[in-house]
Design a protein around this ligand. Structure first.
Ligand SMILES: [Fe+2]
Length: 221
């Protein structure tokens, strides 16, 4: 598993003397815009952020990296604000042309995050969002990175994203059980997902009772 540092000392997210990391306000502003566009997407981002934070901590990453991963997870689908509803909420499979549009959301998200403050300040989160749909076998997007080329934070977000999508009702599928979702993650370990990250996720999220906090039905997330 890669342990690429996510922030240089100059980019660390905790301002001196502050209990809250400084990018949180920027992230919250962006997420507020997203919640107007899609309440279900907003809910999904909150779920993925809390899963990614737990998994990153379990991995033993420095707290500054945990915080960048949480922020990036909270924003990983922000580029979907620019994707038409006809694609996001399409009940059936996407055509090749529609997929090409959909795949632009990671790069658009990176651009939105970088433009939200100075490039340096949000750069670690923007980089993770860009890579959140890369695949372990190199067939992901936008850069076709594989295995050790993918930042561990992006690999964690990818697994948490897939898990939350499977556990929630979508226009194109019903929510699956925790056990089914875990089995699917393990089935895709080594192709779509980093196997070490999948096992880390499984050991971190041993149970998940969605009946306490159901996610509204959403589109393609
Ligand atoms: Fe997502």
């Amino acid at each position: 598993m890669t342990t690429t540092p996510l922030a240089t000392p100059a980019e660390t997210c905790c301002s001196a003397g502050s209990a809250r990391p400084w990018p949180t306000a920027s992230a919250r502003r962006i997420r507020r815009g997203l919640s107007e566009r899609s309440p279900s997407l907003h809910h999904h981002l909150a779920n993925v952020a809390s899963l990614a934070q737990a998994v990153s901590r379990k991995h033993g990453l420095p707290e500054v990296d945990v915080e960048w991963i949480r922020i990036a997870a909270e924003l990983h689908d922000v580029g979907k604000m620019a994707i038409p509803d006809t694609i996001l909420n399409k009940p059936g499979p996407l055509s090749n042309d529609e997929w090409a549009v959909m795949k632009r959301h990671t790069v658009i998200g990176e651009r939105i995050i970088r433009s939200s403050r100075s490039v340096a300040s949000m750069a670690p989160a923007a980089r993770l969002v860009r890579s959140s749909h890369e695949r372990y076998d190199g067939t992901g997007y936008p850069d076709g990175l594989c295995a050790g080329e993918i930042d561990v934070g992006a690999s964690i977000i990818a697994v948490c994203d897939a898990y939350d999508a499977m556990r929630s009702d979508r226009v194109y599928h019903k929510a699956r059980s925790h056990e089914d979702a875990i089995a699917e993650l393990r089935r895709c370990a080594g192709t779509q997902f980093d196997p070490a990250v999948v096992e880390l996720f499984c050991s971190t999220i041993e149970r998940d009772d969605r009946t306490q906090n159901p996610t509204p039905t959403g589109g393609k997330q």
